[in-house]
Design a protein around this ligand. Structure first.
Ligand SMILES: C[S@@+](CC[C@H](N)C(=O)[O-])C[C@H]1O[C@@H](n2cnc3c(N)ncnc32)[C@H](O)[C@@H]1O
Ligand code: SF4
Length: 371
């Protein structure tokens, strides 16, 4: 069982991002942020009723920008999860953090309060790439943030990177990976820039102000990431995620990829328990209103059929380095993908099929072929 806490606030919205997040201006002031911890704690009390007797193995605070809230609020929410539901003694507790909204003092307070993993949004080491992405932080701050996290005693430090923005050369991407590795993180996520409809980036591309990411450039950059990260002793365990050691793999994300149970707290958060999936109302003020009225802040739900579950197992599982049980896959489709060099029998895990490196470049398309 995992708990996800969504913190739907950002100081500015990056041009490429369509996450459920709001700036203080969009919300007409900062009142929502100040009241947020109490609301999240109300939802946690509701969750506790439904989750009686179960221990929480992983907690993940994501956003938005969790570190925009005072560290004391994040700790208060985590304490409520522990007191109301119950945290496993070795629980993995992560927060995402933006380099420009985290300080040494905050990190110490978070670590003392029970957080043990931090995921920092580095994105790129190149100023001109950060500008295209509309990121506000100074790249020189990232190594400091990592050093503060280590001094505070964080066991697991992860960095998030994005590749493929306009004007990023392959040399820029190598330099970004090298700068990330120089911080000696335990874990790295590298995402290709996705142009989400409705974002400022999508509009700028339509207007011809920015060029869209190029598929071949993205593929080359994925191969560069694999080469540099493998040479530095990292291993891939999901298409976009690399870890320094087995125990540095993110347990919370693995819970999603294995379709285990999780409760999502906060506006727009999704939850999954057994065969039921539901999602909360998106806007922070609707969320606050529902909780104040003693209602579950739920907007919709669905019951997963066997067919939906089978589909998700393939879509999520094929992205993992452990692959999928061969016997669950269609023999003809598998033979075809094997002949094209896109999947192989797992070299270490008998009876499983895994993507090859060329296959990892086409993961989503292969998943569609397999289902
Ligand atoms: C909620 S954010 C992480 C926390 C923090 N707000 C930040 O941006 O650093 C999760 C990650 O998703 C990435 N992301 C968001 N939109 C994306 C997109 N359109 N393409 C690729 N990565 C994206 C972000 O850059 C970030 O690393
Ligand atoms: S990428 Fe992160 S900081 Fe930027 S708008 Fe999205 S959630 Fe906020």
């Amino acid at each position: 069982l995992g708990v996800y806490v969504h913190v739907p606030f950002c100081s500015v919205r990056c041009g490429y991002c369509d996450f459920n997040t709001y700036t203080a201006t969009e919300l007409g002031g900062g009142g929502e942020q100040a009241a947020y911890a109490d609301q999240a704690i109300l939802e946690i009390s509701m969750a506790a009723q439904a989750l009686k007797g179960r221990l929480v193995e992983t907690v993940f605070f994501g956003g938005g920008t969790p570190t925009l809230l005072p560290a004391a609020d994040l700790v208060r929410i985590l304490t409520a999860i522990d007191e109301e539901i119950g945290l496993a003694p070795d629980a993995e507790v992560t927060t995402e953090a933006n380099p420009d909204s985290v300080s040494a003092t905050d990190l110490l307070e978070l670590r003392t309060g029970g957080f043990n993993r931090i995921s920092i949004g580095m994105q790129s080491a190149a100023q001109h790439v950060l500008r295209v992405l509309e990121r506000t932080h100074d790249p020189a701050r990232v190594p400091h943030a990592v050093a503060w996290a280590r001094e505070a005693g964080f066991e697991q430090v992860s960095l998030d990177l994005i590749y493929g923005a306009m004007g990023e050369s392959q040399q820029d991407w190598r330099a970004t990976l090298q700068a990330a590795l120089a911080c000696e993180p335990d874990h790295l996520s590298a995402y290709s820039l996705i142009v989400e409809s409705g974002t400022r980036l999508a509009r700028q591309i339509r207007q011809g102000l920015i060029t869209a990411p190029d598929e071949d450039d993205l593929a080359d950059k994925y191969l560069i990431a694999e080469e540099l990260l493998t040479n530095a002793g990292f291993h891939w365990y999901e298409i976009s995620n690399w870890a320094r050691a087995k125990d540095s793999e993110c347990r919370h994300n693995q819970l999603y990829w294995h379709s285990d149970d999780w409760w999502g707290v906060g506006p727009g958060a999704h939850s999954h328990l057994a065969d039921r999936r539901w999602w909360n109302v998106k806007h922070p003020s609707t969320y606050a209103r529902k909780l104040a009225a003693g209602e579950q802040p739920v907007e919709g739900e669905e019951v997963l059929t066997d067919e939906m579950k089978a589909l998700e197992t393939v879509m999520l599982g094929i992205r993992l380095s452990e692959g999928l049980p061969t016997e669950t896959l269609d023999t003809h489709k598998l033979a075809d993908l094997q002949a094209r060099g896109l999947v192989q029998t797992h070299p270490d895990l008998p009876g499983r099929t895994v993507l090859t490196l060329p296959g990892r470049l086409l993961g989503d398309a292969i998943a569609r072929e397999l289902v």
